[in-house]
Design a protein. Structure first.
Lengths: 240, 215
């Protein structure tokens, strides 16, 4: 259940592109054709699924405060979390290189479709963002980290697929000249992001609502009491 | 202008408008838009990027002849990451609240394409002084857009600028609010950042027809 919830949350509610604007650069640059967009999207899912769990391990066993305690008690007080940027980006860069080599060796056809995009991915903010969000949201287990990585990857894939499809169609529309290309893409993305905001309520139903209701009632009651008190005061002043 | 030749001035001036990193080169949008709901955050972000890009450009330009071209991306990433860690620690020490608002977006300066883009396109082929100017120019161009977006979003969204209530007090109904003006809370939500940038691009290209793209 936890996994399913996190999975849908990372695809729709916390969508990389629409909620946090991660990976916007390649999102704008590579979304002119659906076929290339699919290639890049698949590569992003792949790399996120590898790097997020890996960086989770790094964070858990090397970087966090007290994470080094497995080395012995004298290391328990070390806090290396200031190094996390450099560690994460180094992991990502090497992993991307490694993935490129492995894919080239074992699946030349996949390499031909993903190949040119893999180097681009090392500097895609969505990848580093995935690891940083994983760290700041304190995802508790490596399984959940994997779910989070795959989920955010799919979210990004959906976003770039959607915008690429729209941009293919928009060629036949009469866009104002000054908005053509970049401008209209920005505005469409904005509108799509507003659309994606409607997913926000998807996972907040159920338990939270029950908790919220009494609060609202309590507020209403408070306001009633305040009103009554004001009326009494007003009456008193009138009498005076 | 003894210090800056004509070419140097162009290096700084070009990225401000005609070759702006955000609206023309389409670089560095990733870490930019999410933090523009407040003017203050945008200004701090611009200054951080200026620091990282200016210094990073100098460092890369100094090392440009000894970096093997095969591993240059990793070297560049390490240089940026080091500079960003400095920025992050300084922010945590002197502006803790703000560093909480910026959260992971300080870290994301590392993968800000503007930085890698300028390293690749400029610092690898030019001397340190010119690279420094190029870095500053691009960072200022980036900052201009960020500050413009932050300005409009904070003004229209919460009626304040840098936390000062310039339009009057919405609760006590003073200033503009006395005439029934309401804040547009929508401006504070993230999608509006995209639309505001879209409008800025529209205005810019209407003024400068040469920048208009094919569909």
């Amino acid at each position: 259940m936890e996994h399913i919830e996190l999975f849908f949350k990372s695809i729709f509610i916390d969508n990389m592109v629409f909620a946090t604007f991660l990976g916007m650069c390649s999102y704008l640059a590579v979304s002119k054709k659906v076929s290339t967009a699919v290639g890049l999207g698949a590569a992003v899912i792949f790399v996120l699924a590898v790097t997020v769990p890996l960086n989770w391990l790094l964070d858990q066993y090397i970087l966090q405060e007290g994470a080094l305690s497995w080395l012995g008690e004298e290391y328990a007080s070390y806090d290396l979390s200031f190094l996390s940027f450099i560690m994460f980006i180094a992991t990502i860069a090497t992993m991307v290189q490694l993935v490129e080599i492995i894919v080239e060796k074992f699946s030349p056809s996949l390499y031909n479709s993903l190949g040119i995009f893999l180097p681009l991915i090392a500097v895609n903010c969505a990848i580093l963002g995935g690891s940083l969000f994983m760290q700041s949201r304190e995802i508790p287990s490596i399984g959940l980290a994997l779910t989070y990585g795959v989920g955010s990857g799919i979210g990004w894939f959906l976003a770039i697929l959607a915008i690429a499809a729209i941009r293919e169609k928009i060629r036949y529309s009469a866009v104002p000249p000054a908005l053509r290309g970049l401008g209209i893409t920005f505005i469409i993305t904005g509108l799509m992001a507003i659309g994606f905001m409607s997913f926000g309520g998807m996972l907040t139903g159920g338990d939270e609502k029950k908790e919220e209701k009494p609060k609202v009632e309590a507020k209403v009651e408070k306001e009633k009491i305040k009103k009554e008190a004001k009326e009494i005061v007003a009456e008193n002043t009138n009498i005076n | 202008m003894g210090l800056l030749s004509k070419k140097d001035v162009a290096l700084i001036k070009d990225p401000l408008f005609d070759n702006n990193p955000i609206t023309i080169q389409v670089l560095g949008i990733c870490s930019a838009l999410a933090i523009t709901a407040e003017l203050k955050a945008s200004i701090v972000m611009s200054i951080s990027v200026m620091f990282v890009l200016g210094l990073g450009n100098v460092v890369i330009s100094l090392m440009r002849n000894i970096i093997p071209s095969k591993i240059r991306i990793i070297v560049q990433l390490i240089v940026v990451a080091t500079l960003v860690i400095i920025v992050d620690l300084v922010l945590k020490a002197f502006a803790y609240e703000l560093s909480k608002t910026l959260s992971v977006f300080v870290g994301l300066i590392i993968t800000n394409c503007i930085i890698m883009g300028r390293f690749e396109a400029f610092a690898l082929g030019n001397g340190p002084w010119r690279s420094f100017l190029d870095g500053i120019g691009n960072a200022v161009g980036y900052g201009l857009i960020l500050i413009a977006v932050g300005f409009f979003r904070e003004l229209l969204g919460s009626g304040t600028l840098l936390g000062i209530k310039v339009l009057g007090d919405p609760i006590e109904k003073t200033g503009l609010y006395a005439f029934g003006y309401e804040n547009n809370g929508f401006m504070l939500l993230s999608p509006m950042a995209l639309i505001v940038v879209g409008i800025i691009i529209w205005v810019q290209r209407t003024k400068n027809k040469a920048l208009i793209e094919e569909n």
